[in-house]
Design a binder for this molecule. Structure first.
Ligand SMILES: Nc1nc2c(ncn2[C@@H]2O[C@H](COP(=O)(O)OP(=O)(O)OP(=O)(O)O)[C@@H](O)[C@H]2O)c(=O)[nH]1
Ligand SMILES: [Mg+2]
Length: 148
C-alpha cells in the first residue's frame, strides 16, 4: 500500500479532492464539517491497479500546522493542492518546504478550482509556474488541472 498525504493552503480543495478520489469523507469531526475546515488528520483509501492507495488528508490552516507535520512524516508521496482561483499562497510554500525537508521527492500538483474561470487567468498561470518550478532536489513534479 502506498500512502499519499495532501498538502496546500487552507480551502484550496484538499478534502474535496480526497472525497472525489475515494468516495470517503476525510473530515471526521462534527466541528470540521460545521466549519468547513479540516482541523485534524483525515484518512481515506481506494484501490488502484489491484493495490490499495491510502490518503492522509492534512489541514491547510496555519494554526493546525502541527497536525500537518504529524501526517506527512512517513509517506510515499504528496498530493500538493493549489487553487487555480487563488494561486500560490503562504501555506502552499510552507508545506512544500516541509515536504522538501522531510525528503518527500514524489508528488503530483493538483490545480483545483479549474472550473472557476479561464485556465489562462493570471492566478492560474502563476500557480502553474510556481508549482512546476524546478527544485534542485525535485527532478519531476507532474501538474494536473482538475475540478472536484
Ligand atoms: N467549484 C469548485 N469548488 C471546489 C473545488 N474543490 C473544492 N471546492 C470547494 O472549495 C471549498 C474548500 O474545499 P476543501 O476541500 O474543504 O478545502 P481544504 O483544502 O480541504 O481546506 P482545509 O482542509 O481547511 O485546508 C469547499 O466549499 C469545496 O466544496 C473545485 O474543484 N471546484
Ligand atoms: Mg480539508
Amino acid at each position: 500500500m502506498d500512502v499519499i498525504a495532501t498538502a496546500g493552503h487552507v480551502d484550496h480543495g484538499k478534502s474535496a479532492l480526497v472525497r472525489a478520489l475515494t468516495g470517503m469523507e476525510p473530515d471526521r469531526w462534527a466541528e470540521e464539517r460545521r466549519r468547513g475546515l479540516t482541523i485534524d488528520l483525515g484518512f481515506a483509501w481506494t484501490s488502484h491497479a489491484g493495490d490499495i492507495v491510502g490518503f492522509v488528508d492534512v489541514p491547510g490552516h496555519e494554526r493546525f500546522l502541527r497536525n500537518m507535520l504529524a501526517g506527512c512524516g512517513a509517506i510515499d508521496g504528496a498530493l500538493l493542492v493549489v487553487s487555480a482561483r487563488e494561486g500560490w499562497k503562504e501555506q502552499s510554500e510552507e508545506h512544500v518546504q516541509i515536504l522538501d525537508r522531510l525528503g518527500v521527492r514524489t508528488g503530483v500538483v493538483a490545480l483545483t478550482h479549474a472550473d472557476h474561470g479561464s485556465l489562462a487567468t493570471g492566478a492560474f498561470l502563476r500557480a502553474l509556474e510556481r508549482a512546476a518550478a524546478p527544485r534542485a532536489a525535485d527532478p519531476s513534479r507532474d501538474v494536473v488541472a482538475l475540478s472536484a
